[in-house]
Design a protein around this ligand. Structure first.
Ligand code: SF4
Length: 393
C-alpha cells in the first residue's frame, strides 16, 4: 500500500523545524506493516492508497487539494472533535524520525492532560485530567542525548516529577517546551529542575497576573540552586486585555536576563481571533525586543508620534484644537500606579478611588485593570493598576 502524509504546518511555515509527532507514529506503523510511506503532494495525489493530514494550529490554512477521503487530524482542524486520538496500535509505535531528518532530538510525553481548566486552553477538553503516559526510557533515541518533552503540566503529576528526577545524571539534555506552572515549584522541585541538564531554557507560563509572584518565587528558589534568571523563558498569553499583558511584561523584565515570548490568544473553535493591537504587542513589542528598552505605553506613544508627524490641519483653530487634544492624551498617562491589596470585590475597572499618603502623587485615580485571585498561601487578593484622573490639561 502507498501511504501519503501531509503536514499542514510544514507546507505553510517555511522555516518550521518542529516535527509532527502523530505523523511520525503513523509513518512508523505503516512501515512496520510493509507499506511505502511518502510525503503527499497534490500532483501525484491519485497515486496514494491512503492519505493522512495533520494540522496543529488554527491559523494554518487548509490545503484545498486534499481529497475528501484523506484522514485528517489535529487541533487545527476546527471540525474534528477536539478529543480525537490516534488508534492505540498507532499510538504505541515508536516515532519514525527519518521523515524529519533535520530533527536531532527525541520528542514525546511523560504525562498527558492537566488537572486545571483554564478557559483559554484546549488541553483539558483534548486530553482530560493528568495521567502517566510513558517513561523517559521509552522516548529517548539511541543516536542523540537531546530529549524534548511536550507535557502540558508535568509538575502537577508526582509521576512526572519522579521521572524528571530520574533523568538527573543520565547525560540527557531536556527541554519542556510547553512551559511549566511556576505555582507548583517548591524547594524540592526547584532542586530537581536545577540539577537537570537543559538544552537551553527552563520554561514557565505567565498567562495571568497572579502567576507573576509564583515566577518570581520560583526564580528565587532556582537562583538558590545556582540557576540565574537568564536561564528562564516565559510564555505570555496576550488576551484582548493588552494592558494586562503589558503589566506582566513590566514585572517580569525586572528578573535580569529573562526571555519572554508573547502569543496573541486565538481559538477558532470559540471564535476568538486576535486583534491587530494584540498582534502588534506580541510580534513587534515583545518578539521585536522593544520591551527591553521601553514600556508598552512608551512604545505606543513613540509610534503615535510618528503617525502624528503626518497629521494635517488647515486653520490656526484646527491646529490649536489638535495640539490640546494631543496634550491631553499625553498627560492622561502621566501618573500611573499599581497596588496589591487585600481582596475587595468593589475594586473593578472604571471605578475611581482617592489615593492619599504619597505627597505630590495624591489625588483621584481611575482603576484601569483589576484582577481578583484566591490562593491557599495568600488568601483573597486584588491587583489593581490605576491612572490619575485629569483636571484641565
Ligand atoms: S494549567 Fe496549562 S495546560 Fe493546564 S489548563 Fe491551564 S493552560 Fe492548559
Amino acid at each position: 500500500m502507498r501511504v501519503g502524509l501531509h503536514d499542514a504546518e510544514r507546507d505553510y511555515l517555511k522555516h518550521k523545524r518542529f516535527p509532527n509527532y502523530a505523523l511520525m507514529k503513523i509513518s512508523a506503523y505503516h512501515k512496520a506493516r510493509g507499506d511505502s510511506v511518502e510525503w503527499w503532494d497534490p500532483i501525484t495525489s491519485h497515486t496514494f492508497d491512503l492519505i493522512y493530514s495533520s494540522k496543529i494550529f488554527d491559523f494554518t490554512p487548509e490545503n484545498p487539494y486534499l481529497p475528501p477521503s484523506a484522514i485528517r487530524g489535529g487541533t487545527g482542524y476546527p471540525d474534528i472533535p477536539i478529543n480525537q486520538t490516534l488508534p492505540p496500535e498507532i499510538d504505541a509505535a515508536f516515532p519514525d524520525y527519518s521523515i524529519y531528518p533535520e530533527c536531532d532530538y527525541a520528542i514525546g510525553y511523560i504525562t498527558r492532560g492537566c488537572p486545571n481548566r483554564c478557559p483559554w486552553c484546549v488541553v483539558p477538553a483534548k486530553e482530560g485530567g493528568i495521567k502517566p503516559y510513558r517513561a523517559w526510557e521509552q522516548i529517548v533515541r539511541p543516536d542523540t542525548k537531546k530529549l524534548v518533552l511536550m507535557d502540558n503540566n508535568i509538575l502537577a503529576s508526582e509521576y512526572g516529577i519522579l521521572q524528571l528526577e530520574s533523568l538527573i545524571g543520565t547525560g540527557y539534555e531536556i527541554d519542556l517546551n510547553q512551559g511549566m506552572d511556576a505555582r507548583l515549584v517548591t524547594d524540592r522541585i526547584a532542586g530537581i529542575l536545577a540539577r537537570l541538564k537543559w538544552i537551553r531554557f527552563i520554561r514557565f507560563s505567565c498567562d495571568q497576573i497572579p502567576q507573576i509572584e509564583a515566577i518570581e518565587r520560583a526564580a528565587e528558589l532556582l537562583e538558590g540552586y545556582g540557576k540565574k534568571p537568564y536561564n528562564l523563558f516565559i510564555y505570555l498569553l496576550v488576551t484582548k486585555d493588552v494592558e494586562n499583558a503589558a503589566y506582566r511584561v513590566e514585572r517580569l523584565k525586572r528578573l535580569k536576563g529573562i526571555s519572554i515570548y508573547a502569543q496573541a490568544e486565538r481559538n477558532d473553535r470559540k471564535g476568538i481571533i486576535p486583534k491587530a493591537l494584540q498582534k502588534e504587542f506580541a510580534q513587534r513589542f515583545v518578539y521585536g525586543r522593544c520591551y527591553l528598552k521601553e514600556s508598552w505605553e512608551e512604545y505606543l506613544t513613540r509610534h503615535k508620534e510618528k503617525r502624528l508627524q503626518n497629521e494635517k490641519v488647515s486653520t490656526r483653530e484646527e491646529a490649536r484644537q489638535l495640539a490640546m487634544k494631543r496634550l491631553r492624551q499625553k498627560n492622561k498617562s502621566e501618573y500611573k500606579a499599581s497596588f496589591t491589596l487585600t481582596g475587595d470585590t468593589r475594586l473593578v475597572a472604571g471605578v475611581t478611588v482617592e489615593v492619599s499618603g504619597y505627597g505630590a502623587f495624591d489625588g483621584k485615580y481611575i482603576i484601569e485593570t483589576a484582577t481578583h485571585s484566591v490562593s491557599k498561601s495568600g488568601g483573597y487578593k486584588t491587583d489593581i493598576t490605576l491612572r490619575r484622573v485629569l483636571e484641565g490639561y
